[in-house]
Write a protein of this length. Structure first.
Length: 103
């Protein structure tokens, strides 16, 4: 019985940690989530340390090429904090990644 309870708790905490990876706490304390519009993130968060933009092409319906606007915002808050990279695809926050400790 104890083993089953521990298994259930482990699975629950695992799912919670996966869900938390889709959120980002801005340097000013605001929280943004994947799916948020770029304009909302810009209003909630301080300006990023670095921004880059590019256009990618993807295969679409019946072989058509679709152009996707990709923008990456990098937040580097110093050597004691993790660097976070926010990736926007067509104006929506698509992913939040960590890239080690800052400088």
């Amino acid at each position: 019985m104890i083993g089953r309870t521990l298994l259930v708790l482990s699975l629950m905490f695992g799912l919670v940690s996966v869900a938390a990876a889709d959120n980002f706490r801005c340097p000013n304390g605001e929280i943004v989530s994947t799916g948020d519009r770029l304009s909302i993130v810009a209003m909630k968060c301080d300006p990023p340390t670095y921004k880059s933009a590019r256009t990618e092409s993807e295969a679409g319906y019946k072989g058509a090429t679709i152009l996707v606007s990709v923008e990456e915002w990098t937040y580097n808050e110093g050597p004691n904090r993790l660097v976070h990279i926010l990736t926007f695809r067509n104006g929506l926050l698509d992913s939040v990644q960590t890239a080690g400790f800052g400088k």
